[in-house]
Design a protein around this ligand. Structure first.
Ligand code: ADP
Length: 542
């Protein structure tokens, strides 16, 4: 017997409809490429998204057509999120920090039909415009006054003309909730990037779960600053969960330096912000150098790379900002785990709380995790046994876009390539990525712990730990460090800093100081590049 409740497809347009009807006055603030602060509301977002959807339909967009963006976080990008997916198209957010050849590869692979872009990326679009095979229209996210006087882009169009050219009399269509809504490619540190095709259903279930109190804890009283880009796994779903909860949105546009972010947080009374550790490092340095404090920021979700405990401590103790450490990947929408406490943790000391927060948290309802030994057996939840992390759930990929063959799943689980352990309470701790693990004399040394400890030294701005070749042990840890400006620290002092913090044999064999560590397009350390750079490094053999 079936239940007798209403069934409605879980569609992205329903989030916008909800925000328009119940939070119509709620504000959306955007720092624009032009430098000014723009203000709009959910009511206007809905109306302009309908106009855009109508314009797209008039220009021939059909269900499942791919529409690409090269854009910062802002209200126009948000309109594209809702108009394209809401009308049945697929929004393909391209990372503008990629090499132009990769952008061409992605646009061709996705068979994008239209490209919308911020004018900061005009040179990039001019570079690729005649090389891409399927893009028929190039639209600058600008009004007429900002359009370039001349450009080599064939038939360059103006976004505000598109919007002005249609009215908002458009009804969001209803269709199968399993239809594709958005397309994001992995950053492809090895081989070509792979496409992850999110569905309306996966996006909605993820939005509901990620807003929960033990996840991001979002509400209509929040003012949310997504610093994580809308081209990086849909800004961790915040464009959707903001509409779901009716939270106020504050978009940083292109200004991601510490000073600009701090000023925006204060001026716009941001209560919740989301970002990766490398960007937050710039923000915290700005606060430190200017003896500044947050007056409204209450919580931040940090993920995309391991958040060093020293950063968690600074946010919590110095600035009174609660840190939620999350884990996920492009293939998982992204958030699978988030670090919230259980009732039993109320009695923890500050240090114990910090240790727990440095883990990547426990699962959001709707997904599940396990760690397996190399031979495939599931490992116990003892907080110690490390193995490959596998995930499954409503917002986890089952196969890559246009991939042939049997797909990546193993018995219905997605293998992440990360190495982790899980404790008895279900808190997961990433110790490494399998390709970054250091294999010393047949034993594994997790590089993340070694980096976290180095990051706790007051003179260290950034630290990466990589495997260097060793004649006796095969591999040994080499610590690569960027010092904070104006700070000094010696190799001996840093190596001594590990004493008592880890088993002695994990201590790096050597330290090299560098001016910078290469970062990838999503702000993560590119340890593969460092490994190439130090491939011939000779460790001291004492
Ligand atoms: P890419 O895999 O191309 O770097 P993703 O953004 O999908 O792009 O990155 C996912 C990976 O980032 C995870 O597999 C994991 O290695 C790393 N990661 C994400 N969040 C964390 C975290 N909180 N701690 C440690 N590693 C993390």
């Amino acid at each position: 017997m079936l239940g007798s409740m209403m069934t409605m497809p879980l569609l992205i347009s329903s989030l916008l409809r909800h925000a328009e009807r119940h939070h119509g006055e709620q504000e959306i603030v955007s720092r624009r490429v032009e430098g000014d602060l723009h203000r709009t509301t959910y009511r206007q977002l809905a109306a302009r998204s309908r106009r855009l959807a109508k314009a797209l339909a008039r220009r021939g967009m059909k269900a499942s057509d791919r529409i690409a963006t090269l854009a910062w976080n802002g209200y126009r990008h948000l309109e594209l999120y809702y108009a394209v997916s809401g009308a049945g198209g697929i929004l393909h957010t391209i990372n503008p920090r990629l090499h132009p050849d990769q952008v061409v590869y992605l646009a061709d692979h996705a068979e994008d039909g239209v490209l919308f872009f911020d004018l900061s990326f005009l040179p990039l679009v001019e570079n690729i415009a005649t090389r891409v095979k399927t893009i028929k229209a190039f639209v600058a996210l600008a009004d007429r006054a900002q359009m370039p006087a001349q450009s080599s882009i064939p038939g360059l169009e103006c976004y505000e003309d598109w919007i002005a050219g249609s009215d908002d009399d458009f009804a969001w269509p209803s269709f199968d909730e399993n239809s594709a809504a958005a397309l994001c490619y992995t950053s492809g540190t090895t081989g070509n990037p792979k496409g992850v095709l999110y569905s309306h259903r996966s996006t909605l279930l993820y939005a509901y779960a990620s807003a929960l109190p033990d996840s991001f804890n979002l509400s209509a009283s929040d003012s949310i600053l997504p610093v994580v880009p809308m081209f990086h796994v849909n800004a961790w779903g915040l464009p959707y969960s903001a509409c779901l909860t009716g939270a106020r949105l504050v978009f940083p546009g292109p200004a991601l330096d510490g000073k600009s972010l701090y000023e925006l947080i204060e001026a716009e009374k941001v209560s919740f912000a989301a970002g990766v550790p490398t960007i937050w490092q710039g923000l915290l340095t700005h606060l430190e150098q200017n003896a500044a404090r947050f007056s409204t920021l209450k919580r931040t979700i940090i993920g995309g790379a391991a958040c060093p405990p020293a950063m968690i401590e600074k946010f919590e103790k110095t600035h009174g900002v609660h840190v939620i450490h999350g884990w996920g990947m492009t293939e998982t929408s992204p958030c699978v785990t988030a670090g919230s406490f259980k009732a039993k943790h109320q009695a923890l000391t500050d240090d114990q709380r910090l240790t727990l927060q440095a883990k990547q948290g426990r699962v959001l309802p709707g997904v599940d995790i396990k760690v397996v030994a190399p031979e495939g057996g599931e490992l116990p939840w003892d907080g110690d046994s490390s193995g490959e992390l596998l995930v499954k759930g409503h917002w986890v990929l089952s196969r890559y876009f246009r991939e042939e063959g049997s797909g990546p799943l193993i018995d219905g689980w997605f293998p992440t390539g990360d190495v982790a352990n899980i404790d008895a309470d279900g808190y997961m701790h990433i110790t490494d990525r399998s390709k970054d693990v250091i294999k010393s004399g047949g034993e594994w040394i997790g590089s993340v712990d070694l980096e976290n400890i180095a990051m706790g030294h007051p003179a260290v701005a950034m630290a990466a730990c990589i495997a260097a070749r060793h004649p006796k042990w095969d591999e040994r840890p080499l610590l690569v460090v960027v010092k904070k400006p104006g700070h000094e620290v010696s190799r001996e002092e840093l190596l001594g800093f590990y004493e008592g913090r880890i088993p002695k044999w994990w201590t790096p064999d050597d330290v090299v100081f560098v001016d910078s560590i290469p970062l990838g397009a999503t702000g993560k350390m590119q340890k593969n590049k460092l490994r190439e750079q130090f491939a011939d490094y000779r460790l001291p053999t004492v």
